[in-house]
Ligand binder design. Structure first.
Ligand SMILES: Nc1ncnc2c1ncn2[C@@H]1O[C@H](COP(=O)(O)OP(=O)(O)O)[C@@H](O)[C@H]1O
Ligand SMILES: [Mg+2]
Length: 257
């Protein structure tokens, strides 16, 4: 694991709701290392997307600091890419043209090379000239991931990127994102409501509580790679996360965790 990349200290974020200021993120402290894969889980509305948008530079905040490579984040930049639950590709552009956005500064040959490399990276090399509506949900998400990666961001922010996909497509995409992560060494921060997905992918899992959003626990996933979803160790970590979301504490008694 590399150097510390992202440092979030005493972050507080409020939103104006009905004319009143409501605290959404409360004293968030989180350090993420270069090349790390971090998942964030928590109930709907606890502020996960808000946190990602702050890291993306799309939202400001009241207190604290969010620092990437020793620089305070104040606006979006190409050092951070973002992927959402829906692909957000431009429907009137081909997949290649979608990837070309943001590569304007390059000459034609360089641009074509980068686009072709990234289509290969997500197994879409034969689909560069088609339009988004001609792709399946999983393929569209792969195109969205490729588009987020063409500028070689240091950090990829993923907001429930596989949340709308069917279970089997999701499993395939999880393996693809791992392959990309291993190849590109991009720091990944993924919000997900799928706890199994978090355990399968992440080095660490940030568990958040709701209203206001706080970090309850950061769980290290000490499973190595090529993880077995059916193993007892896998289940143990899954359960350790799950107990945060249930009132019934008897859940913790079954296994020693
Ligand atoms: N632009 C906004 N203005 C006011 N409230 C917002 C805004 N965006 C999000 N919120 C509120 O902030 C809370 C956290 O939202 P969000 O970060 O989207 O949650 P999550 O992604 O964890 O489901 C929610 O209560 C939501 O209604
Ligand atoms: Mg969200």
């Amino acid at each position: 694991m590399g150097e510390q990349k992202l440092t979030i200290e005493h972050l507080n974020k409020n939103f104006e709701v009905d004319g009143k200021s409501v605290n959404i993120l409360n004293d968030i402290n989180l350090n993420i290392n270069e090349g790390e894969f971090v998942a964030i889980v928590g109930h709907s509305g606890c502020g996960k997307s808000t946190l990602l948008k702050i890291i993306a530079g799309l939202l400001d905040y009241e207190e604290g600091s969010v620092i990437l490579d020793n620089k305070k984040i104040t606006k979006p930049d190409i050092d951070r890419g973002m992927v959402f639950q829906e692909h957000r590709l431009f429907p009137w552009l081909t997949i290649k043209e979608n990837l070309a956005i943001g590569l304007d500064q390059l000459d034609k040959k360089e641009k074509e090379e980068i686009i072709s490399d990234h289509l290969k990276l997500v197994d879409l090399e034969d689909f560069g000239n088609v339009y988004p509506h001609q792709l399946s949900g999983g393929m569209s998400q792969r195109a969205a991931i490729a588009r987020a990666l063409v500028n070689a961001p240091k950090v990829l922010l993923l907001d429930e990127p596989f949340g709308a996909l069917d279970a089997l497509t999701k499993i395939t995409l999880q393996d693809e994102i791992l392959k990309i992560w291993e190849k590109e060494k991009t720091t990944m921060i993924m919000v997900t409501h799928d706890i199994e997905e978090a355990v399968y992918l992440a080095d660490r899992i940030v568990v958040m509580s709701a209203r206001p959003g706080r970090i309850k626990e950061i769980v290290n996933v000490n499973l190595g790679r090529s993880r077995d979803r059916g193993s007892v160790d896998f289940a143990r970590i899954k359960k350790r996360i799950l107990v945060h979301f249930f009132e019934d504490k008897s859940l913790t008694l079954e296994y020693n965790i």
